[in-house]
Design a protein around this ligand. Structure first.
Ligand code: SAM
Length: 256
């Protein structure tokens, strides 16, 4: 009872919130890596989402996987096991998280951790042809002050074929899924939703799936971890698209 009240009080005071966050970071960073404990909650622990990614990995011959926003490498670790035969690129802007993830992923030999902003790195690796002809993306680097999503998508748009998942995305008509929203310079608010990315979504080459399941089906994770997302399929053939529609997870838990 008292803990949620304290949390609400701290969150309502931005300066105190920032101070406590910094304090937690300093304390955490002073603990040696080998003593740190991690949850195994890839994709926020959402079982349906994990199953979808596993099913897709068995259905298509992806040539690479790209995650933006490594954080502590939890989802990267899962991805390195689900896609053991292809390179898994993960991009992180923060030096401390980069170092920690390098340690955590030291035995994941197919993972390549890249330091920098995904805004710059995605266009760069696309231009350098590092991803092969069918990459799979998980775009999740939108926690900072600069939201890289449209720069990422603009670069991905140049690829012949891809599947792109975006985290923290507004699922229209299903407010149970939590999503990011941002305050613009003029004080107005904008959600990370379809309007936010509309300049980079094109009817002639993109088909979209959105989640349509309950918290219980996701594995009863904490409600704040039940995050909205979107799956964008870029330039898939009719045959590939019908393969997607026949997947168990898609038939039961996603809609067009
Ligand atoms: C929500 S966390 C990612 C969680 C991770 N994908 C997972 O599933 O465990 C967002 C991460 O994006 C990083 N980030 C924010 N802006 C970025 C940018 N422009 N380029 C790369 N990383 C960025 C943050 O430092 C943070 O570690």
């Amino acid at each position: 009872m008292i803990i949620p009240k304290i949390k609400r009080f701290i969150k309502s005071n931005p300066r105190m919130y920032r101070f406590i966050q910094t304090l937690i970071r300093v304390i955490r960073n002073s603990v040696p890596y080998y003593l740190r404990r991690y949850k195994k909650d890839a994709f926020h622990g959402d079982k349906v989402w994990q199953d979808l990614v596993s099913e897709l990995s068995k259905t298509f011959d992806f040539t690479s996987f790209v995650e933006t926003g490594t954080f502590r490498g939890t989802t990267t670790l899962f991805l390195s096991k689900v896609f053991p035969k292809i390179p898994v690129f993960t991009i992180e802007i923060r030096e401390d998280l980069l170092k920690e993830s390098k340690w955590r992923l030291r035995k994941s030999f197919n993972v390549k951790i890249i330091k920098g902003s995904s805004s710059d790195i995605i266009p760069q690796i696309v231009k350098e042809n590092k991803l092969g002809n069918f990459p799979f993306f998980f775009l999740d680097a939108h926690s900072g002050p600069m939201i890289p999503i449209n720069n990422e998508l603009k670069a991905v748009n140049q690829l012949q074929k891809a599947i792109i998942m975006i985290d923290d995305f507004e699922v229209f008509g299903n407010p149970q899924f939590k999503f990011n929203s941002y305050t613009m310079e003029d004080g107005s608010k904008i959600n990370l939703g379809i309007d936010f990315i509309k300049e980079n979504v094109h009817l002639d080459k993109h088909r979209i799936l959105v989640p349509n399941y309950s918290l219980a089906e996701a594995g009863n994770i904490p409600p704040n971890k039940f995050r909205g997302h979107i799956i964008i399929c870029q330039n898939l053939s009719e045959e590939e698209w019908s393969k997607i529609l026949r997947l168990e997870t898609v038939r039961h838990y996603y809609k067009i």
